[in-house]
Design a protein around this ligand. Structure first.
Ligand SMILES: Nc1ncnc2c1ncn2[C@@H]1O[C@H](COP(=O)(O)OP(=O)(O)OP(=O)(O)O)[C@@H](O)[C@H]1O
Ligand SMILES: [Mg+2]
Length: 260
């Protein structure tokens, strides 16, 4: 059974200049323990889809389940099953890393002593131990990103949604994050749903890719299958494949038409 399944998921925003169809219709399934790369150009509807799948934003159409919980009828169940790292994090600059982590544990109703213990475990896993007493506002961009991720893992979610988790990270921190994502999958069976604009990252990390453009899925498959089908050969770069799929680059003459 898929851990995420969405059918016709849609979100329209009313604006003064008329409705904006941020997500027109997204159909997707993700299997348990899969690392899914959710790719697409700026404005394609990735963040809006993630916000719907984590119950932060109500869909205006379609339906989805996450870990067996229906978005519409059991949003609390969806929230318990999910961790979410937003595209831009929202930590309080005045409080310390330790306080952030303990508070997050308390939000998930851990007893005080357990919340303190969990904060130490998470700090260890994300390389934040030396920074526990630093104010969140004084962290570097990459350190703050690691804090965002630690907070999202507090309740050991079955599904982790990461919106551009490695933007702004140095190469070492990026490699550490890839290791962490793989460890979560391998050791805990966590499903990871991540967006990225770094196609080398998608190629290296994702088991399967779903590519969205203008609010709908335009291609999906393993990186190799997409290269073969849309990039012209298995040796194509994911960059050229992506540009062919999204129509932002030259399509090879023998490429199969992109299903829209
Ligand atoms: N609250 C809102 N009101 C009006 N339009 C919105 C709102 N939120 C998003 N949009 C529009 O919906 C579209 C999809 O936005 P979204 O943030 O989902 O894109 P994205 O794929 O995450 O892009 P990026 O790669 O730049 O992060 C964009 O055109 C955006 O301007
Ligand atoms: Mg986004």
């Amino acid at each position: 059974m898929p851990v995420i399944s969405a059918a016709g998921l849609a979100r329209t925003f009313p604006t003064k200049r008329g409705p904006v169809e941020a997500v027109r219709s997204v159909d997707l399934t993700v299997q348990e323990g899969e690392i899914l790369g959710f790719l697409g150009p700026n404005g394609a509807g990735k963040t809006t889809t993630l916000r719907m799948l984590t119950t932060l934003l109500a869909p205006t159409g379609g339906a989805a389940t996450v870990a067996g919980h229906d978005l519409a009828t059991d949003p609390a169940g969806v929230r318990r099953a999910c961790g979410y790292v937003a595209q831009s994090g929202g930590v309080d600059p005045q409080i310390t890393v330790r306080e952030e982590l303990v508070t997050q544990g308390r939000l998930y109703r851990l007893p005080k002593a357990r919340a303190v213990e969990r904060a130490l475990e998470l700090a260890h896993d994300l390389g934040l131990t030396q920074l526990l007493d630093r104010k969140a506002g004084a962290l570097s961009g990459g350190q703050r990103r690691r804090l965002d991720i630690a907070m999202a893992l507090t309740h050991r979610p079955k599904v982790l949604f990461l919106d551009e988790p490695t933007t702004g990270l140095d190469p070492g921190s990026r490699a550490d994050l890839w290791d962490l994502v793989r460890r979560l999958r391998d050791e805990q069976g966590t499903t990871v749903f991540l967006t990225t604009h770094y196609l080398d990252e998608a190629d290296a990390l994702a088991d399967r890719l779903v590519i969205v453009d203008r609010g709908t899925v335009v291609a999906e498959g393993t990186p190799s299958a997409l290269k073969l089908r849309h990039g012209g050969s298995i040796d194509a770069t994911l960059q050229d494949t992506f540009l062919a799929i999204t129509g932002r680059g030259p399509a090879p003459a023998d490429a199969a038409p992109v299903a829209v």
